[in-house]
Design a protein around this ligand. Structure first.
Ligand SMILES: [Zn+2]
Length: 807
């Protein structure tokens, strides 16, 4: 789920490894990660890949479902064939009844809290009223075996246990039937839900989004057995793969968009629509299957009959659909270089309220997503990819996504959209279609680990957005944008259960995606990262990875020890702040009096004069020596830095002693010293500290006095003995003028004022942000409408301008 934010109560976490000890407080930032990870076994090995005994269950569904538009209810009947591929014998099965979240006694509703005890929000008020009157949750009518015999079952919150008459042995399967119904949630009164109906009072129609609409098998895995964790709302879904055969009965004039391929187009589509779909297969641009005008006509009529749409989907972890008579429908075929799914039919469904934005961008954004994501993972493995306009945010299911943005109705009846609505559409389509890979195919456990799908997906979303347009205003991915969050209080590590996360969007989306950008661009480099990431997706395509499998694969396939990186970014709330505290230049003393003494004299003469002597001179006070010159002697004429023959002889003796060292002194020492004296390099002692605690490479831009620049990238391992403070010595012929740490803001260093030596005035990040155009705090001004007004008023010669909006 995207764009769903809330604030939870404060929770303080002790950084991992920060244990008080009796012998100092050393924290090992490079400690092996194995002690945090599960023990490798015959199901998933130490390389992070499925081992020879890997298994997963299969759940196949045969479903008949009916939408009652007037009552806004769903009635369904399903037969589930459940295959036990595990080595375990199962005496009961668990099903997910996620609609029970809308029951007034659900854990979700009962545990909702109010942030400020002195006031409530409109949301709080609406939620209270909604749950008071809404009769929500699954009504289970029948649970029976294939012979029609009732099966005992027990409902516990959003879960249902079915007790089997005979245990289900390994390698066996069982079929059983469940009948149910439930009332659909009104998205107006319970906003930011993932499913339900949205009513359009102007034309009296609805858009129905059907998700979590059928009792689904709870996942059963090698590492957790039954994943029976209550659905509270944040932690999404943990599901099994299977084949679906679904017949959806809706009002005869509805159009249905669904997971899977339509099996009976002749029953539900007109000849013209079927003809247009054929044409769309080879089109270079989206083709209307239902035009905006036709959708307007559909909106205005009613057909009392019903029609059944038959869809089939193979090897999917879930099934969702949408239905409305408001839909405009466009489509375009997309061809891939893949033997299994060479062809993908890309389609968008939206009401007039999404125009003119949706016909312009939705289908294009889906195809763009498939192009970019497949390059970094695998070819899209399904024959259909869809974007459907829904009421809130965005939500993802196999082959189908629900995406939010609408446009604005103007007084003349036309519609326009703002810059941020356009960005929202393209961004949300990329994001939700991207979920078609993570977790719809790389089947991570969303209920436990939001970051595993949201973080990886947001990372690829960022890559896809940067390839959409040069100035595409991405929200997440660039290291500099995570800085404020990394500094903030009330954080928990990324490795925290989905339901316990604080600052959900930053923690589960922005931070992991930024960490992966840094891993790719700064730590590993693109070649190593891309190879390892692709390997992860290859290993876990249509399988169920855990965090350990991701960490291990990225390390194994890149060949780089990343334990410190996972520890710092995923297991702690440390942030990056590397400070260059001091740089000292020194030279090796030559001991040659003809070289050293003049230097010492120069140093002394460069010091400021004594205040007392200065004042004496200002008062016109003369010294005794000035008044009586006969007091001057040899020492007045020769300063202490005058070189004597004795000095020169001593120097020769010194050189002799180096060239002919005593037996006890190894020869290499004198060689090194003689070479250093001869080369006369500048030695720079650089002192660094890391007040943020997150160890990272030290990236240095060294500018020399001759204007030349050197980039020096020191690996993070420099911190291994002393994670808080290190000194680094370098020797250079040239003289250094300035040193800058992380000059390109690659590492999300939260304080750049300590990144310069010597120190510099740094414009605050706040000011820098203000200058940039990506920020989401830009006023959501409808520039299209402004420009349109200018043109309508006859000022056709006025050039289009982007003004600085009033603050
Ligand atoms: Zn998401």
């Amino acid at each position: 789920m995207k764009y769903l934010f809330a604030i939870l109560l404060a929770f303080l976490a002790l950084p991992a490894g920060a244990v008080e000890q009796t012998k100092g407080s050393f924290v090992d930032k490079f400690r092996q990660l194995e002690e945090e990870l599960p023990t490798p076994n015959m199901f998933r090995n130490a390389a992070g890949e499925p081992a020879p005994a890997y298994w997963q269950q299969q759940a196949d569904y045969d479903i008949d479902v009916r939408l009652d538009e007037n009552k806004r209810t769903i009635t369904g009947s399903e037969t589930i064939r459940y295959s036990n591929n595990s080595p375990d014998t199962l005496r009961y099965l668990w099903l997910q009844l996620d609609q029970n979240k809308f029951h007034r006694n659900s854990m979700d509703w009962l545990t909702r809290t109010v942030e400020d005890p002195k006031r409530i929000t409109y949301n709080d008020l609406r939620n209270l009223q909604f749950i008071d009157e809404f009769d929500g949750g699954f009504k289970i009518a029948t649970v029976e075996d294939e012979g029609g015999r009732p099966l005992p079952h027990t409902i516990i919150g959003t879960l249902m246990r079915i007790d089997l008459p005979r245990p289900l042995a390994p390698g066996k399967n069982i079929g059983f039937k469940v009948d149910w119904s439930y009332n659909l949630v009104d998205n107006e009164s319970a906003r930011s839900q993932r499913d339900g109906f949205e009513y359009f009072p102007q034309d009296g129609n609805d858009i129905f989004l059907m998700a979590q609409w059928y009792p689904r098998m709870v996942a059963y895995s090698d590492y957790e057995a039954w994943h029976n964790k209550e659905f509270i709302g944040r932690g999404e879904f943990t599901l099994e793969f299977g084949d679906f055969d679904v017949r959806i009965t809706v009002p005869a004039d509805h159009v249905v968009s669904s997971t899977g391929e339509l099996k009976n187009p002749g029953d539900v589509l007109s000849n013209v629509q079927q003809q247009r779909l054929k044409q769309a297969r080879n089109a270079q641009h989206p083709v209307f299957i239902i035009t905006p005008d036709e959708a307007l006509q559909n909106e205005a009529q009613r057909d009392d009959g019903t029609r059944s749409w038959h869809f089939a989907a193979r090897n999917v972890r879930d099934f969702a659909w949408a239905s409305s008579r408001k839909f405009i429908w466009d489509a375009q075929g997309y061809r891939q270089d893949d033997a299994d799914t060479p062809f993908v039919m890309v389609m968008s469904f939206y009401p007039k309220e999404g125009e003119p934005l949706w016909s312009q961008y939705s289908t294009q954004a889906v195809i763009h997503t498939l192009e970019v994501y497949s390059r970094y993972s695998f070819a899209f493995p399904y024959p259909v990819a869809q974007s459907v306009n829904g009421p809130a945010g965005g939500m993802e299911y196999p082959m189908i996504t629900f995406n939010g943005p609408r446009t604005e109705l103007q007084e003349d009846g036309s519609r326009t959209y703002s810059r941020s609505e356009k960005r929202f559409l393209i961004g949300v389509v990329i994001h939700e279609v991207g979920h078609g890979y993570f977790p719809m195919v790389v089947n991570s456990d969303e209920r436990q680990w939001t970051w595993m799908d949201e973080g990886l997906n947001t990372f690829l979303q960022y890559l896809a957005e940067t390839e959409w347009g040069e100035d595409y205003p991405s929200r997440r991915g660039e290291p500099r944008w995570i800085v404020d969050f990394m500094k903030s209080e009330n954080q928990v590590p990324i490795m925290t259960n989905s339901e316990s996360l604080l600052q959900f969007g930053n923690n589960a989306y922005a931070k992991p995606s930024t960490a992966l950008v840094i891993l790719r661009e700064t730590i590993l480099g693109r070649e190593l990262f891309d190879f390892a990431f692709k390997e992860y997706t290859r290993r876990w395509k249509f399988r169920r990875p855990t965090p350990a499998d991701f960490f291990r694969t990225m390390e194994e396939a890149s060949g780089v020890d990343l334990d410190w990186f996972w520890r710092g970014w995923f297991y702690t709330t440390d942030h990056v702040d590397i400070s260059i505290d001091r740089v000292t230049r020194f030279k090796v003393a030559s001991h040659d009096p003809d070289v050293e003494f003049p230097k010492q004299r120069e140093t002394l003469e460069s010091e400021p004069l004594s205040r007392t002597k200065n004042s004496n001179a200002a008062e016109g006070r003369t010294t005794r020596e000035q008044r009586f010159p006969e007091l001057m002697d040899f020492y007045n004429e020769n300063d202490p830095f005058t070189v004597s023959n004795k000095d020169r002889n001593e120097f020769q003796e010194y050189l002799e002693s180096i060239r002919a060292p005593l037996d006890a002194d190894p020869e290499w020492r004198s060689k090194a010293l003689l070479r250093a004296i001869e080369e006369d390099k500048n030695f720079y002692m650089m002192e660094f500290s890391s007040p943020g605690g997150l160890v990272m490479p030290i990236l240095l831009q060294i500018t020399y006095t001759d204007g030349s620049i050197e980039m020096l990238r020191i690996p993070a391992e420099i911190w291994r003995f002393s994670p808080g403070r290190v000194n680094k010595l370098i020797a250079r012929d040239r003289e250094i003028a300035t040193i800058v740490v992380d000059p390109y803001w690659e590492t999300a260093d939260v304080d750049v004022t300590n990144n310069h030596y010597p120190r510099q005035f740094i414009p605050s990040r706040l000011e820098i942000y203000k200058d940039e155009t990506w920020t989401s705090s830009l006023p959501n001004r409808d520039l299209m409408q402004d420009i349109k007004t200018e043109l309508d008023s006859g000022e056709k010669d006025v050039p289009l301008r982007v003004e600085t909006p009033d603050q």
